[in-house]
Structure formats: structure tokens, C-alpha cells
Write a protein that binds this ligand. Structure first.
Ligand code: IPD
Length: 268
């Protein structure tokens, strides 16, 4: 049987390789290949090329596993393990040259749906600043950073000044009024708000204590699969609306005590 540590090691190797390709393509110039759910929802040539690289590497190393990625068709798992992949999370940042984008790779067991899977290993790599966030189930989480050095990750409860809370807004203009109304209800808990632009980096930001909490409606499985495990292995909690698993409807992440308070407000 494959252990979470073995899956983590593969996730790290492939995330670093894929990140290097994304960064190289970024230096060469980014071309928007298509729009998806809305005009603002873009895919670049690099998103597709990086996903192809990840998929090919996984097919060679672990041919029986399933695949669920942002830019290509899903394939079912024969082994019980599925790889959930966002080749470039933060595509809009990537297209604008903002150094906050990441390759996100998770290995999950069970059905390939966030309500039912159990995440076993994850790697989120931001090549623009050379930072890797990673976790394996039951083994804790760590940051390997060119900026900070290496350290174990541990979430932090907010101080009396209030919580630094990150969130995001969907690409569909029809959802903006609801997202802004929710933000207004959250503001009394916040010392300030951040919109980082990459869900995987929002989640790993919580894990690293760089932000106190994160919530967003509308995420896809590949946006949160790796980051959610990294938060949990850092002592934090991840959920949806009160009592639910994280889903397209809502994803909330924070240290345990603040998680309860934020979930109450977001779910009201
Ligand atoms: C998006 C980013 C963004 C979030 C969107 C995601 P993508 O992923 O994570 O921060 O607000 O909901 O779809 O499109 O850049 O891979």
C-alpha cells in the first residue's frame, strides 16, 4: 500500500517541475488561449501545457490512479487514489505578472468529490517566490521557502485587533452582489481584508499564520484539495456552511476557535 508520505514526495517533485515550466512560460510571455465560464475567467496556453506535464508524469508514475484537473477531462481511478490538480491557480495574477500563483496537486482517496474524499497528500508551489507548502495526512505540514527558510506550519488564532481575513469573488458578475453583502456581514470580525487571487495561496496563508482566515463561495475541487489538507495538518479547520464539508457553495478555513465564529457569521 502506498503511504501518504510516498504520495507527498511525488506531489512535491511534480509540483516543482510544473512550477518551473509555468515560471519559464511566464518569462517568455503569456497568451490567453480562451475564456471559460465568463469573460473574466481565462485559461492561458501555459495552464494547458502545465496540466499536460503533470498528467503525463502521473500517468507514468501511477498509471492506476484517477485524475481530476482544471483544464482537461477527468479519468476514473482504478487504485482508489485520484490526483486533484490546478496547474496554475491564480491564472489572472499569472496573466498580469503578479507573483501570487501556484501549482496545486493533491492525492485523495475515495470518490473524487470533496464531500466524500479523504485527502492524503498535497503540495502547493509558488514558483514566482520559490515557496512550497506541503502536507501528508497525519504527518503535519511544512513550508520550504526561499524567503523564510523551512518551518513546520501552525495556524494562529487572531489577536484582539481582529482577524486578517482573505476572500475571493467569482468570475460571474451575477454573483458579485451576494458576495459583497456577505463581506459586509464579515467586516465586524476583521481588522482588514485581503484578496490574494489564488485560493490555494489563501489556504496555505492560513496554514502559515500569514492570514487568520479565508472564506469563498464558488471554489472548484482543485482550488482547495491540497490547501485544505495543508490547513488541517497545520492544526486548522476547513468546512463549508455550518456542519458541512467544503464545497462549491462555501469554503471556510481558520484556526479552530475563529473557524466557529466565522462559520456562524458566514452561514447566517
Ligand atoms: C481561481 C482563483 C481565485 C478564486 C477563483 C478561482 P484559477 O482559480 O483561485 O482566487 O477567487 O474562485 O477559480 O481560475 O485562477 O485557477
Amino acid at each position: 500500500m502506498t503511504t501518504p508520505l510516498e504520495l507527498q514526495s511525488l506531489a512535491i517533485d511534480i509540483a516543482r517541475e510544473a512550477g518551473a515550466l509555468a515560471a519559464r512560460r511566464r518569462r517568455e510571455g503569456v497568451r490567453i488561449a480562451a475564456t471559460k465560464s465568463a469573460l473574466a475567467d481565462i485559461v492561458t496556453d501555459a495552464d494547458r501545457e502545465v496540466e499536460n506535464l503533470i498528467r503525463a508524469r502521473l500517468a507514468t508514475e501511477r498509471p492506476g490512479d484517477g485524475f481530476l484537473g482544471e483544464e482537461s477531462d477527468a479519468s476514473a481511478s482504478g487504485s482508489g487514489i485520484t490526483w486533484v490538480v490546478d496547474p496554475i491557480d491564480g491564472t489572472v495574477n499569472y496573466a498580469y505578472g503578479i507573483p501570487a500563483y501556484a501549482v496545486s496537486i493533491a492525492a485523495v482517496s475515495g470518490p473524487a468529490t470533496p464531500a466524500e474524499w479523504s485527502a492524503l497528500a498535497g503540495a502547493v508551489f509558488n514558483p514566482a517566490v520559490d515557496e512550497l507548502f506541503t502536507a501528508a495526512r497525519g504527518e503535519g505540514a511544512e513550508l520550504r521557502s526561499a524567503i523564510e527558510g523551512d518551518r513546520r506550519l501552525q495556524v494562529a488564532e487572531p489577536s484582539a485587533a481582529g482577524a486578517l481575513i482573505a476572500t475571493g469573488f467569482g468570475y460571474d458578475p451575477a454573483t458579485h452582489a451576494g458576495d459583497l453583502a456577505r463581506l459586509q456581514t464579515v467586516m465586524p470580525l476583521a481588522r482588514d481584508i485581503r484578496r490574494i487571487g489564488a485560493a490555494s495561496l489563501d489556504l496555505t496563508g492560513v496554514a502559515a499564520g500569514r492570514i487568520d482566515a479565508y472564506y469563498e463561495r464558488g471554489l472548484h475541487p482543485w482550488d482547495h484539495a491540497a490547501g485544505a489538507l495543508i490547513v488541517e495538518e497545520s492544526g486548522g479547520r476547513v468546512g463549508g456552511y455550518a456542519g458541512e464539508r467544503p464545497s462549491r457553495t462555501m469554503t471556510i478555513a481558520a484556526a479552530p476557535e475563529f473557524f466557529e465564529r466565522l462559520t456562524d457569521v458566514v452561514s447566517a
